[in-house]
Each structure stands twice: as structure tokens, then as C-alpha cells.
Design a protein around this ligand. Structure first.
Ligand code: NAD
Ligand code: WQD
Length: 344
């Protein structure tokens, strides 16, 4: 049921992994939420999971953002939108190397259609899902928002760099105001145990591969390289709990609506702490009480040796700080994996 006193937010890709956790966060804050998702990497059943946590569902439109006329119809119908949180994108790095046009078409045409509709319907506030991938292999650590943007390693990464540029240019020539959030490595699941990542097909990311190995879907976890210049030889990343990422979106929306800040701002969304692959495996073993079979293999092409965020800007300006530990990330991911398995 709509909440007349509160704002209405359009969340694209709202049935996906990070989007669904953000929908929950916004509904629990009593905002009204409208979701667009073409279900290319999600399921309509996520709406029931959201309702099981929040007691209500968002309004849902099963449309593709590349379909300009359906998007126009939505903006004509939903007249009270105060802001858009734009998650919808394809995100598999390897697939983007094999099929770059699929990625440029889906991620950029959808963004351009969205911006066009926002400008013509006077919806002035946008939060954009960017990524630490824009920093490539950083020269110095931790990376700040002023660290150089490196040549993109994949077409996927390039869609984030180009996406940021398109949005920045649009804020300079229209009334659009935008915050781009550069997430580091979102992992884990909702603390209720009712929501998490629903990987369709074989996952690419470390944590779902760990939990699926633990339930026997894979015989062992492949550790990609142990000869990096890091304390245990494995790569280092800034893993962040998906609920902390969701809260960052609420903070970004609230900043945009307050009218504070510049027309275009960028924030790192990480914990500020880097963990190695083997440290993550150890944290998982402690959280689950299991021993995870691993096999060290060659380095994965394109992998960055180490990257973690300087989060002082988001801490100070957004008033946001990640609070959940690596152990909570692993515990929630494990509870979620077990709940998926119990249903099969
Ligand atoms: P996800 O695949 O779980 O969610 C994306 C959702 O968008 C899916 O539900 C998909 O069906 C939908 N979608 C894709 N193209 C669409 C289109 N043209 N029209 C309508 N819906 C469409 O991915 P996620 O992990 O939740 O990522 C969300 C965003 O965050 C993406 O933009 C991603 O690039 C970015 N990001 C993700 C990570 C990560 O590690 N998960 C890290 C940094 C940035
Ligand atoms: C993490 C670490 C692997 C799988 C990707 C995207 C990036 C961003 C975040 C969206 C690395 C190691 C992994 C495995 C392993 N996404 N690993 N065995 O590579 O940091 O980043 O997701 O914007 O753009 O590239 O995440 O989870 O794939 O890997 O040893 O089976 O785990 O080598 O060190 P990554 P990841």
C-alpha cells in the first residue's frame, strides 16, 4: 500500500542481488518503491521474498530498459518519482569480453533511455551503480575517488566508465543531479536468511563459489594464483556486506533529496579493509565449521593483485560507514546457501 507522506523511488534491476536488498532497505524506511526488471538475471519470486521481510511488495514492472516506449509509459504513469536508483546492467566480466556488443547495448542504451525519460519527466535525482573496476590495478592503496581511472580491462568495466561520463555530462546540461557509488566486492546475504544472491548458472564470484563448493556442487574451490606480492600470495579485495551496500543507497538518496552537494558526486563503497582469498576461505570455515577443499591454480587473466577503498569521503559526506564484519558476510552467505539447498 502506498505511503502518501513518503517519497517514491524507482529502482531499476530491483529484483537482482544488490537491488533487492536495497528495495528492502527503502521499504523498511517506509518509502514507496517502484521496480523495473527484465528478469534476465533474476526471478519474479524475489518479490515474495521481499514481502516476507517487509510485509509489502514494491510496485513491479517487468520491462526492459532498452525498450524506450515501455519506459516512457512507465514515467507517464508513475508521476511521483523523486529519484531513481539504477542497478540494471549485465555484470559478467568474461561474458562481456566474449560478447562486447551485448554489454554496450544493454548497459548503455538502457542508461541513455533512462536519462532521457528522467530529463523529459523532470525526475532530477539519480544514484548510479558504478564499480571499483574503474580503478583497474591501482598505483597506490587505498584508492580514493581521485585515484586515476585506468584503461578498462573489460567491456563490462568500460560500460561503467562510459556510464559515469554520460551521467556527468548530463548533469552539466540539465537539472539532473547524480551520485555514482563505486562498490568494491559486495558479498553475503540478508540477515533474515530470506534474501540473497540467486545465481543463475555457474557463478563467477568468489563467495558464491565458496558456498556452492561447501554444499558439494563443486569438488573444490579453485584459488587463482598464490604467487602474488601479498602476505599469503593470494589476491586482496575489499569485501563488503550487501546490506551495508544497500544502506549506502538510502544515504545517497537522502543526500540528493536534501539538495546538498554538487550536481555530480562519486563515492567509494567499501569497508576500507582488504582480505586475501585465503583469509576469506578461513573466515568461511570458521563461520560454517567446515573445511573447504581448495586447489591452487594459475592466475586468472585480468585479475588485479590488490585493491581496497579509502572510504573517508563516503563516511564524512554521506554519513555512511560499513559496519558488518567479514565473519557476518560469510555467516549470512552460508545461511542463504543452505536455505537454497533445503528447497531443492
Ligand atoms: P544482478 O545481475 O543480480 O542484478 C541486475 C538486475 O538487472 C537483474 O535482476 C537483471 O535481470 C536486471 N537487468 C539487467 N539488464 C536489464 C535491462 N536492460 N532492463 C531491465 N532490467 C535489467 O547484479 P547485481 O550484482 O545486483 O549488480 C547490480 C549493479 O551493481 C550492476 O549495475 C552491477 O554492474 C553493479 N555492480 C555489481 C557488483 C557486484 O559484485 N555484484 C560490483 C560493482 C558494481
Ligand atoms: C575475487 C577474488 C579472484 C573465484 C569482480 C569484477 C568487478 C566487480 C567485482 C562488478 C579474486 C579470486 C575467484 C574463484 C578465486 N564487479 N577467485 N577463485 O575479480 O574482484 O571482481 O567482481 O563491478 O568488476 O571483476 O571478484 O569475486 O570474481 O574474485 O581464487 O573461483 O577471488 O582471483 O582474487 P573480482 P571475484
Amino acid at each position: 500500500m502506498a505511503n502518501p507522506g513518503k517519497g517514491t523511488f524507482l529502482i531499476t534491476g530491483g529484483l537482482g542481488y544488490i537491488g533487492s536488498h536495497t528495495v528492502v532497505e527503502m521499504l523498511l524506511r517506509n518509502y514507496n518503491v517502484v521496480v523495473i526488471d527484465n528478469l534476465s538475471n533474476s526471478s519474479e519470486l524475489v518479490l515474495d521474498r521481499i514481502a516476507a521481510i517487509c510485509g509489502r511488495k514494491p510496485v513491479f514492472y517487468p520491462i526492459d530498459l532498452c525498450d524506450r516506449s515501455s519506459l516512457e509509459d512507465l514515467f507517464a504513469t508513475e508521476k511521483d518519482l523523486q529519484a531513481v536508483i539504477h542497478f540494471a546492467a549485465l555484470k559478467a566480466v568474461g561474458e562481456s569480453v566474449e560478447n562486447p556488443l551485448l554489454y554496450y547495448k544493454n548497459n548503455l542504451i538502457s542508461l541513455i533511455n533512462l536519462l532521457d525519460c528522467m530529463v523529459s519527466h523532470s525526475v532530477h535525482n539519480l544514484v548510479f551503480s558504478s564499480s571499483c573496476t574503474v580503478y583497474g590495478e591501482p598505483d597506490t592503496l587505498p584508492v580514493t575517488e581521485k585515484s586515476p581511472i585506468k584503461q578498462a580491462i573489460s567491456p563490462y568495466g568500460n560500460t561503467k566508465q562510459i556510464g559515469e561520463e554520460i551521467i556527468k555530462d548530463t548533469t552539466q546540461s540539465t537539472q539532473l543531479r547524480s551520485i555514482a557509488l563505486r562498490y568494491f566486492n559486495p558479498v553475503g546475504a540478508h540477515s533474515s536468511g530470506k534474501l540473497g544472491e540467486l545465481p543463475l548458472g555457474k557463478p563467477n564470484n568468489l563467495v558464491p563459489l565458496i558456498t556452492q563448493t561447501a554444499v558439494g556442487i563443486f569438488p573444490f574451490l579453485r584459488v587463482f594464483g598464490n604467487d602474488y606480492a601479498t602476505p599469503d600470495g593470494t589476491c586482496i579485495r575489499d569485501y563488503i556486506h550487501v546490506e551495508d551496500v544497500a544502506i549506502a543507497h538510502a544515504s545517497a538518496c537522502e543526500r540528493l533529496l536534501s539538495g546538498n552537494g554538487k550536481d555530480y558526486e562519486v563515492f567509494n563503497i567499501g569497508t576500507g579493509t582488504g582480505y586475501s582469498v585465503l583469509e576469506v576461505v578461513k573466515a568461511f570455515e570458521q563461520a560454517s565449521g567446515l573445511t573447504l577443499p581448495i586447489q591452487v591454480e594459475n592466475r586468472r587473466p585480468g585479475d588485479i593483485e590488490k585493491v581496497f577503498a579509502d572510504t573517508s569521503l563516503s563516511n564524512q559526506i554521506l554519513g555512511w560507514k560499513a559496519s558488518r564484519s567479514l565473519s557476518e558476510m560469510m555467516r549470512s552467505a552460508w545461511v542463504w546457501q543452505q536455505s537454497l539447498n533445503n528447497k531443492e
